[in-house]
Design a protein around this ligand. Structure first.
Ligand code: NAG
Ligand code: NAG
Length: 317
């Protein structure tokens, strides 16, 4: 029995090599990362909390953090009948939260990335988002595709440009296309675009989809409780085949700078064989606790102010 199964498998391998390659497709879904710690490699400021939250960075200044799916993902379909290579259609969805400091604006942001290397040696903080560094920014030998969720405008951008943005990055930090400000369109009312503040502390759902046949990347975001908008925020016609290597590490990178926020991923799904499995919001870990302290902030400030005034009155002449 076992022998005939082995023989059958062997026969398949000879007769349908393409078919066997198809079975390399990768698909996963994580509703939080509790018990799934081994599925991720985290580095720098990133780690999985006992609650299952993936924290990419805390609010320390000038830090970077990465989290990659442990195994490399075959991303290029190498047809054996010809020497052609073509990127698979892939898609991902994730829920994130960016918690700014109690006062003022935070920074910098995070990105979903496809990288040849699970370590990004020397990658810099601030606007490099822990992905690139000054010496390799824009170099086509990077083979990195990323979608950034950035809350600070880039160093080479006009001072009045909008910081709160979503953009595509290919081998460097400049965006072939970016949406400023980050926004979503309402289902059934596509003309009505509403701004989304990425660093609101609220849960935001993101979808990134690449069609390997049409060679189109779509990026869509919406507040977590809203249905998926039918109109993407960003559509880019781009053949990623020459940018991507045969297998890539998929994951996230984030950084802070002088401005800092904590960046969290609550749930993540990914697929190279079609639409990434939908995330069930009710199965996600509770949002990061700082969210609560943020909403108590006004009262805390009021109490502190009152106490200070009292102290001044009591100690005064
Ligand atoms: C791009 O990177 C390669 C490999 O690291 C390096 O040899 C080359 O000099 C770089 N090109 C530029 C323009 O920096
Ligand atoms: C990208 O968005 C366009 C416009 O809504 C849609 O026609 C296309 O099917 C989408 N492609 C993918 C891969 O999601």
């Amino acid at each position: 029995m076992t022998l005939s199964l082995c023989f059958f498998a062997f026969l398949c391998l000879i007769l349908f090599p393409d078919h066997v390659a198809q079975s390399q497709n990768v698909e996963f879904v994580f509703h939080g990362f509790k018990g799934q710690e081994a599925s991720l490699i985290t580095e720098g400021a990133s780690f999985t909390k006992p609650t299952g939250l993936l924290r990419l960075t805390n609010r320390s200044n000038f830090v970077t953090g990465h989290a990659f799916y442990t195994k490399p993902v075959p991303i290029i379909n190498r047809s054996s009948s010809s020497s052609s290579r073509n990127a698979y259609s892939f898609s991902t969805s994730f829920v994130f939260c960016i918690i700014p400091p109690g006062s003022g604006r935070g920074g910098h942001g995070f990105a979903f990335i496809l990288s040849p290397d699970k370590h990004l040696p020397g990658a810099q903080d601030e606007h490099y988002l822990g992905i690139f560094k000054e010496s390799n920014d824009g170099n086509s030998s990077n083979h990195i595709f990323a979608v950034e969720f950035d809350t600070v405008k880039g160093y080479n951008e006009p001072s009045d440009s909008e910081g709160n943005h979503v953009g595509i990055n290919i081998n460097g930090m400049s965006n072939p296309v970016a949406a400023r400000p980050a926004a979503y369109s309402e289902q059934g009312n596509e003309q009505n675009e509403r701004d989304i503040k990425l660093e609101s502390g609220d849960r935001i759902l993101a979808w990134i989809e690449y069609d390997g046949q049409q060679k189109v990347v779509n990026v869509t975001i919406s507040p977590a409780k809203k249905p998926k908008p039918s109109k993407p925020l960003i559509t880019l016609q781009k053949d990623l085949t020459s940018i991507l290597l045969d297998s890539m590490y998929v994951g996230f990178s984030a950084s802070t700078g002088e401005k800092s926020s904590s960046h969290y991923i609550l749930g993540w799904s990914f697929s190279t064989k079609g639409v990434a499995p939908p995330l069930n919001l009710s199965q996600l870990p509770a949002p990061p606790p700082e969210e609560k302290s943020l909403s108590f902030k006004p009262q805390v400030t009021a109490v502190t102010a009152t106490l200070s005034v009292l102290t001044i009155i009591l100690l005064g002449p």
